[in-house]
Design a protein around this ligand. Sequence first.
Ligand code: FES
Length: 177
Amino acid sequence: MSSDGVNSTRRKFLTAATSAVGVAGVVGVAVPFVGSWNPSAKAKAAGAPVKFDFSKLEPGQMTVVEWRGQPVYVVNRTDTQLAALPGLDAQLKDPNSENAAQQPLYITGVERSIKPHILVIVGLCTHLGCAPKFVPEVGVANLGGASWVGGFFVPAMVPSSIYPVGFMQACRPRPTC
Ligand code: FES
């Protein structure tokens, strides 16, 4: 007990107890608050890498896999389709995949893929994001006949939107799009 009648031990105890309760309160609020910054299980699942077994795809076949809510086209290109690619360089903005702003550095060359036969691209057009149609047949009459070597076709852009298997280029919008 001090000279002014104040119980300093009790005061110290009360101060410590109050501080401890205060700290517990802050921790009790901070932990769930910081925890709420973590992505939800749904968000984690949406951003997670997607596994796909390429061996299921026959040459010339395409399948669509969903990744981050977007359609991803996976194509098993035939040797004929691969052989046709260099002949289309004049139509491409970046035929040899040199624009580092558009693909990872490990992607080079006309095939634009790690395994030349396997093409993996986001299945949305570069205009307003419609889904190009896959037409692997060569020489389709209403898609340009002999100049059609198989690829992706954007109905909204006919005839300026015919893309061989392996790339999508900046398209010119038709008045209706
Ligand atoms: S939105 Fe795809 S071509 Fe216009």
